[in-house]
Design a protein around this ligand. Structure first.
Ligand code: GLP
Length: 254
């Protein structure tokens, strides 16, 4: 696992964008996994900037959404497929037909989740962007999720609904259910890139990077993946910076 501590948000976004750019240039048919949330917004702004100013192209890229709320209207601004279209894919040259998300309005959501999971399996995501929840969730895999889990419908914890309420006009508007790629699905990605900012993420980051590998803290599964890059701001790295094991992780990266 490579752990990068950026000095500020701009550097965090630049380091993450460098990885995306290198991947897009190295793969003839890139397949990106797209996350949503505050952690990835600076990255998306930087990717849009590079598209406009430096001609970074997404024309050959296919993209798959990591997770999606269940129960929002199709034009709701917080439906994740709308969020990524507004923040990234609609602002670059990614063909809209190449942005894939689970159809959360499907009559049988379990069938739809299995279909989406198979489609991801066939496409083989090369680089997956990830945030991390304060409770250590990855995507919407809440604590207790099986490490073998596949794409499925889940219930959101009270903490996740409170944390995500900042994106909604009223806390009651935050959906209670979502579709998420499973931890087993995410682990099949070639390269996982995790971003976290702020002191509120420090404990979860510490557990993910240095803690025991346990389903109680889903992000700890990252320690078992062969290729993970964690990009943090100094406050998100606050609980690991003084730990001698972190220095080992960091030096392995170097
Ligand atoms: C949310 C999303 C995750 C996201 C994480 C962190 O609930 N479902 O995909 O990565 O939690 O969110 P944020 O970046 O806003 O802190």
């Amino acid at each position: 696992m490579e752990v990068v501590v950026a000095s500020n948000t701009d550097e965090l976004a630049a380091r993450a964008a460098d990885l995306v750019q290198a991947y897009l240039h190295s793969a003839p048919s890139p397949v990106l996994g797209l996350a949503t949330g505050a952690s990835v917004q600076p990255l998306y702004r930087e990717l849009v900037r590079r598209h406009r100013v430096e001609a970074l192209s997404f024309a050959a890229t296919r993209a798959f959404l990591l997770d999606e709320y269940v129960g929002l209207d199709s034009d709701h601004p917080q439906l994740y497929s709308n969020v990524v279209r507004i923040d990234l894919t609609g602002q670059v040259d990614l063909d809209p037909v190449h942005l894939h998300s689970p159809d959360v309005r499907a009559a049988d959501l379990d069938v739809e989740c299995a279909r989406y999971d198979r489609r991801i399996g066939r496409a083989r995501i090369g680089l997956q962007m990830l945030g991390i929840g304060r409770n250590g969730h990855l995507a919407f895999n809440e604590p207790g999720s099986s490490f073998d889990s596949r794409t499925r419908v889940v219930s959101l914890t009270a903490m996740t609904r409170v944390d995500n309420a900042r994106f909604f006009e009223h806390p009651d508007e935050v959906p209670r259910r979502a579709v998420t790629q499973g931890l087993g699905t995410i682990m099949e990605t070639g390269h996982l890139m995790v971003m976290a900012s702020g002191a509120g993420k420090a404990a979860a980051v510490s557990g993910a990077v240095l803690g025991p590998v346990t389903e109680t803290l889903p992000a700890s599964i990252l320690q078992t993946h062969p290729r993970v890059t964690v990009i943090l701001d100094p406050r998100a790295a606050g609980a690991i910076a003084a730990d001698s094991r972190f220095r080992q992780v960091a030096s392995r990266a170097g």
